[in-house]
Design a protein around this ligand. Structure first.
Ligand SMILES: Nc1ncnc2c1ncn2[C@@H]1O[C@H](COP(=O)(O)OP(=O)(O)OP(=O)(O)O)[C@@H](O)[C@H]1O
Length: 312
């Protein structure tokens, strides 16, 4: 679905999204405990960032996006989108969204669907190319695959040339090739400088597409950083070196405060550390270590460590 109106005005200097102390609680079904969907979220997204809101089911991703889009009113906290209240940013054509389902008329062709909205903006062909639907213009929407329909929703969202594009789990239900084609189009668009914020519970998508991952769990942000940093924050990195056994060197390494786990296999040592830079420097300058390798923990492991949920 696209939320548009008017022509796009670019305001520079203000962040794409600025959220402080945001809270949203839903009344309990049948009088039970109220559901605290979003519990005091602070989030600052600069223009041009590609941000994944990653989290397990019920983490609060959709509720947060709905508040940014003005669909849901927060109970507490402040929220500015492109420097304005959400409704004003949307009314200026500054914000568009791509939802999982709905918003398409099955009997129209892809071209007719775009024409309905494109008359307002006159950008149909450029947008169709950018979203990867230029070769589908004569195909009926009902004959398009799930992935093609999602790229059409993306094309509709691009028509007003929004500064900020929000996507709520846009590839749910798509097969691997549909997902890949969709994200190729999004990534190419992001490279043109648009701010993109998407919710997902697919770790691989967050890792591949986003410059920054905001990890949500139980309505709170539990980690925020580059994919590499999230992996490092959660479980540290693993430093592997060739280092012939020596009791006093081994003991000194084990006692370092940044070392959280240690395994020796012959001359090769694997050390898990919260500060791989410092440990690597020490190994190379104060011991006879060689063939040093630093590896990140898999994002799956970080996800489990930080949210307590298995990635789906
Ligand atoms: N309109 C509503 N009324 C009552 N509870 C709601 C409503 N919308 C969301 N919730 C609850 O708020 C919590 C957060 O839901 P939300 O949909 O924001 O999570 P999510 O991270 O997007 O999850 P998912 O990945 O399953 O879509 C959940 O416990 C959900 O059941």
């Amino acid at each position: 679905m696209t939320t548009t109106s008017g022509s796009t005005t670019r305001l520079t200097g203000t962040p794409a999204v600025h959220v402080s102390g945001l809270v949203k609680t839903f009344p309990a079904p049948r009088g039970g405990t109220p559901i605290e969907a979003v519990r005091g979220v602070d989030l600052h997204i600069e223009r041009g960032e590609v941000v994944a809101l990653l989290g397990p089911n019920g983490a609060g991703k959709t509720t947060l996006l709905d508040m940014v889009l003005g669909f849901t009113e927060p109970d507490a906290g402040t929220l500015a989108v492109l420097g304005d209240a959400p409704a004003e940013a949307i009314a200026r054509g500054g914000v568009s969204s791509v939802m999982q389902t709905g918003g398409l008329l099955p009997l129209l062709t892809v071209g007719e669907t775009l024409d309905m909205v494109a008359d307002l903006y006159g950008r149909r062909d450029a947008v169709a190319r950018r979203a990867g639907v230029a070769s589908l213009l004569r195909r009926r929407v009902s004959k398009c695959s799930g992935g093609e329909q999602q790229r059409l929703r993306f094309a509709l969202a691009l028509l007003p040339d929004p500064e900020l594009l929000l996507l709520d789990e846009p590839t749910t239900g798509l097969d691997v090739s549909g997902r890949r084609a969709f994200w190729d189009a999004i990534r190419a668009d992001a490279d043109s400088g648009r701010t993109i914020v998407f919710a997902t519970h697919y770790l691989a998508e967050a890792d591949d597409i986003a410059d920054r991952i905001v990890l949500l769990s139980g309505g709170r942000i539990v980690a925020d950083g580059t994919p590499a940093r999230i992996k490092g924050t959660a479980l540290g990195r693993v430093v592997r070196v060739t280092l012939p056994a020596d009791d006093s060197t081994d003991a000194a390494l084990r006692e370092r405060p940044d070392v959280t786990a240690w395994e020796r296999h012959g001359d090769v040592v694997e050390i898990r550390t919260s500060d791989s830079d410092a440990l690597a420097r020490h190994l190379l300058t104060h011991t006879g270590a060689r063939d040093l390798e630093v590896t990140s923990t898999a994002l799956d492991d970080a996800f489990v460590a930080l949210t307590g949920s298995d990635p789906s």
